[in-house]
Ligand binder design. Structure first.
Ligand SMILES: Cc1cc2nc3c(=O)[nH]c(=O)nc-3n(C[C@H](O)[C@H](O)[C@H](O)COP(=O)(O)OP(=O)(O)OC[C@H]3O[C@@H](n4cnc5c(N)ncnc54)[C@H](O)[C@@H]3O)c2cc1C
Length: 464
């Protein structure tokens, strides 16, 4: 069986890794860009600063994935391990993440508003199920937390009104609220920060997150990996892919990892699948600030900070020089901040002003104290950054996936499968691995079809 892989991000590389491990020789990976890693690639600017495409934190739900990661970066300095220090900036202060466990850190009137909302939801009927994310937020956290944090923050991240979003993805991504724990934290003045699967994480000592995927690709047979090879047409009946170079490749099974909607546009599909399904996405602007001097004391050990309020355009800032001192050329005299800004039809961004708006936001929120500390900026934009978990997502994508599989096409990965809840690096890589297991031994593709199972399978035995 000849297997063709479109895309050299984590999903495509996961499939390639598994095929090579199995001793399979009849496969080829074609990547449109001149580098591996996809959205998880890193970039070095002309001044030597390293940037990811937004703060990338590696964590894992799979022992297989851990073992592969353990075998990488041997020639480039290995890994650094960090304790997550995530914070929320609101009400003119840093509050530890997750906010819902630490509301006693807020000003008294806001604390009471949030607590009051949590008390109210204790008595509500559990019978009516929320129909969208907005309803879920109100029912799960109460009106106070919804107003002061969840509603504005989530609109900033997702760039869609919460009413347009479904709830199938929230299980592992949003910490639940427990009134007893909230009160315990308040009485004992605890900082409750350990929730979730990424309370510790590792990061490459050199080269940013992209170093992971470069190191992995370097262990694969180079003659099977083709960069600068962009697919432009697919005939799923003849099973042929044509590339921008004019070349073509035949296949028995095709792994697509480019966005599902883009794949449909370039393939000749039968009705009713000829038009791309109605799937929402948001675009991502990433702005890097390369800074002179050292981070102020209050940022000295922070990893990332969430921003729900309107004083800045970004929803998240990563203190990227804290991930590795080698993310800047001179760790003792330079540091760096990296910001993410979302965009959609429902939330427009003026891209010609976004860098200046981010700088102003960094000043407004006290991340930097003056413009004189700024050495230079870095910017990158991806039209499809987040696959939105919208209300009718699965109803619109599952029939298409079934049809494609009948025709030998498997669409996997963050935007290939369009499932945010299994759209991280470990999930995407394992979707590639499980695709191969499925082809060669009819293995179950747990990650794609049963996200709630994999997201509760932590190697450490913890639940997410
Ligand atoms: C802002 C942001 C922050 C993130 N943070 C984290 C994080 O903290 N932790 C985490 O685990 N994950 C994070 N992610 C998710 C992570 O980036 C993805 O999980 C991962 O990159 C998905 O891998 P993939 O292979 O499915 O897709 P991609 O990375 O999108 O790779 C797809 C590849 O297909 C190629 N391609 C596209 N069209 C064609 C074509 N026509 N022909 C050939 N090749 C083509 C692309 O060039 C690309 O290389 C984040 C993502 C974003 C946007």
């Amino acid at each position: 069986m000849r297997i063709l892989i479109l895309g050299g991000g984590p999903a495509g590389l996961g499939a390639a890794w598994r095929l090579a491990e199995q001793g399979n020789e009849d496969w080829l990976l074609c990547e449109a860009d001149d580098h591996f890693g996809g959205l998880s690639a890193s970039f070095q600017d002309t001044d030597g600063f390293v940037w990811d495409f937004g703060g990338h934190v590696l964590f894992s739900h799979y022992t297989y994935f851990d073992n592969v990661m353990n075998s990488l970066l041997k020639d480039s300095g290995g890994w650094l391990v960090h304790n997550r220090e995530a914070w929320v900036w609101m009400q003119e202060r840093f509050v530890p993440y997750p906010l819902q466990n630490n509301i006693h850190k807020l000003p008294k009137n806001v604390y009471w508003e949030c607590l009051n909302g949590i008390i109210d939801i204790q008595n509500q009927s559990k019978q009516t199920k929320p129909e969208n994310f907005a309803e879920w937020v109100n029912k799960t956290f109460g009106k106070g937390l919804a107003r002061c944090f969840f509603n504005p923050y989530n609109f900033k991240v997702w760039a869609y009104p919460l009413e347009q979003m479904g709830i199938s993805w929230v299980g592992e991504r949003v910490a639940p609220v427990d009134l007893k724990q909230v009160l315990h934290n308040a009485v004992f003045q605890n900082e409750d920060t350990l929730w979730g699967p990424n309370s510790t994480f590792r990061f490459p000592k050199n080269g940013g997150t992209g170093a992971i995927w470069n190191s992995l690709a370097a262990q694969l047979p180079s003659e099977k990996l083709h960069l600068n090879k962009r697919a432009v047409a697919v005939d799923i009946h003849k099973r042929v892919v044509t590339f921008s170079t004019g070349e073509s490749e035949t296949y028995d099974a095709l792994l697509n990892t480019m966005p599902l909607t883009d794949f449909v546009k370039m393939a000749e599909l039968d009705e009713p699948f000829a038009k791309p399904p109605s799937l929402k996405y948001s675009s991502t602007h990433v702005v890097g600030l390369a800074l002179k001097g050292n981070p102020p004391e209050e940022l000295a050990s922070k990893c990332w900070i969430y921003f729900p309020e309107g004083s800045c355009p970004f929803y998240r800032c990563t203190v990227f020089s804290n991930y590795s001192p080698n993310n800047v050329p001179h760790g003792d005299t330079q540091w760096s901040l990296m910001f993410e800004v979302s965009e959609s039809d429902e939330k427009r961004v003026d891209s010609s002003a976004v860098i200046e708006d981010v700088i102003q936001g960094a000043l407004n929120t006290g991340l930097i104290s003056d413009r004189a500390s700024l050495d230079h900026t870095w910017y990158r934009f991806e039209r499809k950054g987040y696959p939105t978990p919208s209300v009718n997502r699965d109803r619109n994508s599952t029939p298409l996936q079934v049809y494609l599989e009948k025709n030998g096409v498997y669409s996997r990965g963050r935007l290939g499968a369009w499932k945010y809840e299994v759209g991280n690096m470990d999930h995407s890589f394992m979707q590639g691995v499980e695709f191969v297991n499925h082809l060669i031994a009819s293995g179950e593709e747990l990650t794609l079809w049963y996200p709630e199972i994999v997201n509760n399978l932590h190697p450490s035995g913890r639940k997410g």
